[in-house]
Design a protein around this ligand. Sequence first.
Ligand code: CTP
Length: 410
Amino acid sequence: MQDTCQHFWQHWQHSPRIILGVTGSIAAYKAVPVASHLTQAGAKVDVIMTKAATGFISPLTFRAITGRPVAIEMFELASEFSLEHISLAEAANLIVIAPATANVIAKLAAGIADDLLCCTVLASKAPVVIAPAMDANMYENSITQDNLSKLEARNFIIVGPRSGRLASGKEGPGRFAETHEIIDHICQLLGANGDLANRYIVVTAGGTQEPIDPVRYITNRSSGKMGYALAEAARDRGAKVLLVTAPTCLTRPVGVDIIDVTTAQEMYQATKDVAPQANALIMAAAVADYRPSSIAKDKIKKEADRLTLELERTQDILASIKGDFIRVGFAAESTNLLENAKHKLHQKGLDLIVANDITDSDSGFGADNNRVTIIDREGNIDSLPLLPKREVADKILDKVAAFLARRGKG
Ligand code: CTP
């Protein structure tokens, strides 16, 4: 979740309906950002709280965040939920219980339906995501472990818990998962039937690092944001995604296979091995064009007044990996944007090239936004306005999906 969520579910004809179950854990307040992200992303979020949860956080908070009524007791509230939990359960595209206590996990594992939340889960065919949060001993207890295994065997998605400091002051497993982990799982589930379902997309990202000596290296200003946005966007459209990434400071996306590399040569090796199985290779990485011709074994000391480094060419990954898959390149240019990009498109035999002017201060390297022009091998030129990288990613994937659909690949 690198970007604020906006258009996660672009292939949905209507807003997805999500039931957010909140149960009685000290982590109940952490359900607020989850509700907020989902609502901002365009989902219709119906919150169901257990009675115990209302001791930790007010229903009014969720009502304000989601703009929708909050349900608590089964047959009490004068809301659209009362006596209608079955239709609510049927309308839900996804249920997320965050936080989920040991108690609710036990009830779900046993099929007990004595409150509105458990009743709704039992009555629904929607996928269920569970984010446990509890004391470490409760979590590690074999009863809880058995219950979680039972739910997992029934295709419930368990997110977390993490290890760390717990409410009791002790350290251990039981901490509520990070918001982004929960949101990423939800995006992946809701995107499963998107236009890239059954496609395998390889994305490269980040700036490679070429060592000079044990402490120094040559690199570039790439943050990896564009590549990570592409990997997440492809995942959220149903693709199986492999991200080959040079070092970045970004949060690792959930639901994406990742190969970590450092140098251009490592990126070449990793990409060459996987690309033949892919439907598309998107080279968003800023690969070093040159590397030091030798790497000093020991740290280079500052002795001479001048130091000359000899550099040699790295392998051009995109130009050398060819096959029956869509190949997408990037052209980061400071002069003659379109001319240079078109030259690279033809020289490397690409299907698409995404050109951006790196002299623009509000886009490109390190920025959250990008202003790009997409050129395809048929000569179509699409100049996009300044957009968040996630939206640029979706525009690029629209074209990849169209190419794939035309080729009829499966
Ligand atoms: N690329 C690559 N392997 C390299 C260098 C670049 O696969 N050794 C890929 C990049 O990931 C990008 C595209 O090629 O998708 C264009 O990269 P760019 O550096 O802009 O172009 P170059 O071909 O390296 O040309 P120049 O540096 O002269 O602009």
